[in-house]
Design a binder for this molecule. Structure first.
Ligand code: FEO
Length: 399
């Protein structure tokens, strides 16, 4: 499938409707995704990125139904991750004379994945450009957004920003443009993508968004590496990235727990009651971590100003689903959020303390010393849970 975006630019990627996991099994992709690749024909013939390797044949057949291999002058690799470079080895085999434009780190990642000894690399940095017949392509390095090799490209005549993974979403949409997608799903998938993939690099995002804002009125469309192409909502997604990269939170508290026999679940509900008693306007969500997709939990935590995490004590620690979530949060580096731990125990009350330690390491501001309940919480202990919820929300509201 090919979709014309401007007079000179066509989308030549692959929509993957069936994709349900990404980065191995780490990230859920409930709405599929796309691998966006582009063809620019303006004096020179230029390809930007390719597709994931399983779709190589389909990608090449589609491409070469429109242009002969020997007519391709340049291949731009914005980012070497295999979901975008997977078809590159076969493409280069057929386009022997094409030069590959990428960053210095791009050479490293492509050489790391492929037998690229005879590839014609042309290393570019911010400010470098390629002159076409009617316009030029300028390169904008975007180191660590989200890999060291990442860069963007800006086509100045057609006013197209090719943004690599930034502004992406895992979303399959047949007509590609943002206004053809279900907006609620688009909004959710954009945030989920940011929270799970981009958020560790928030400082880099903030400074890159400042740069993009300087040319924002000269951008007509944004072409990310995944999902819809931003046109009607391009200013909105730029503004969202600006907010998301600056200690983002909404009026929400999320309580995430796992439970063996229901005691920690009882505590979670009592804590929620306490929060709502103090602030009935706040959204409180209670999530069982063992039965909820972890990428969706991460998205809910990203939205929250406070996160309360619970597990019963097992073997002086916590249940697996909570341990895995806390390990993930450590890497995601959310900032400006509050946290607290809780959990039931039989003889060694440890989980609530360890949860607090992990949340602190993950950058959360810890409120209190954590809360424990003996075996199955009785009415007094449930009252303590309620009080714990009240103190938690009061501490946040006082700040
Ligand atoms: Fe979509 Fe970082 O590759």
């Amino acid at each position: 499938m090919t979709i014309k975006l401007t007079d000179k630019v066509s989308w030549i990627g692959k929509i993957d409707w069936a994709l349900d996991n990404f980065h191995g099994e780490q990230l859920s992709t409930d709405n599929g995704s796309s691998y966006n690749a582009y063809l620019i024909r303006d004096g020179k013939n230029i390809i930007i990125d390719t597709v994931y390797a399983p779709f190589t044949r389909e990608f090449l057949d589609n491409l070469f139904s429109q242009i002969k291999p020997e007519e391709i002058d340049i291949i731009i690799s914005l980012h070497g991750e295999p979901d975008h470079s997977g078809a590159l080895p076969e493409l280069i085999k057929q386009c022997r004379d094409a030069e590959i434009y990428c960053t210095a780190n791009g050479v490293k990642s492509l050489q790391g994945y492929y037998d690229a000894g005879d590839w014609k690399f042309n290393i570019v940095k911010s400010g470098d450009s390629i002159k076409l017949d009617s316009q030029k392509i300028e390169f904008i390095e975007a180191n660590m957004l989200h890999w060291p090799d990442t860069m963007m490209a800006y086509l100045d005549g057609d006013k197209v920003l090719f943004s690599s993974d930034v502004f992406g979403q895992h979303l399959a949409a047949s007509r590609l443009f943002d206004n053809s997608a279900d907006k609620a799903i688009l909004d959710y998938e954009s945030m989920k993508y940011y929270a799970n993939i981009i958020s560790p690099f928030a400082k880099k995002v903030a400074s890159k968004i400042k740069e993009i804002k300087e040319i924002q009125d000269k951008i007509n469309i944004i072409c990310p590496a995944h999902g819809v192409i931003w046109k009607e909502y391009k200013d909105e997604i730029i503004e969202k990235y600006s907010k998301w990269s600056d200690k983002y939170s909404e009026n929400q508290i999320t309580i995430v727990y796992d439970s063996m026999y229901g005691s920690t679940a009882m505590m979670a509900e009592a804590i929620a009651d306490g929060i709502i008693d103090i602030n009935s306007d706040i959204t409180v969500k209670i999530i069982n971590s063992s039965s909820t997709d972890s990428s969706d939990i991460v998205t809910e935590i990203f939205k929250s100003s406070g996160v309360i995490v619970g597990s019963p004590t097992i073997n002086k620690g916590m249940l697996n689903s909570i341990a895995a979530l806390l390990e993930e949060l450590k890497g995601l580096k959310f900032s400006g959020k509050h946290g607290a731990g809780f959990g039931s125990y039989g003889w060694a009350p440890m989980a609530h303390k360890k949860i607090n330690e992990s949340l602190e390491k993950a950058g959360f501001e810890i409120i209190g010393k954590g809360l424990k309940a003996y075996w199955k919480p009785d009415n007094d202990e449930l009252s303590e849970c309620k009080e714990f919820g009240k103190e938690f929300i009061n501490s946040i509201m006082e700040q």
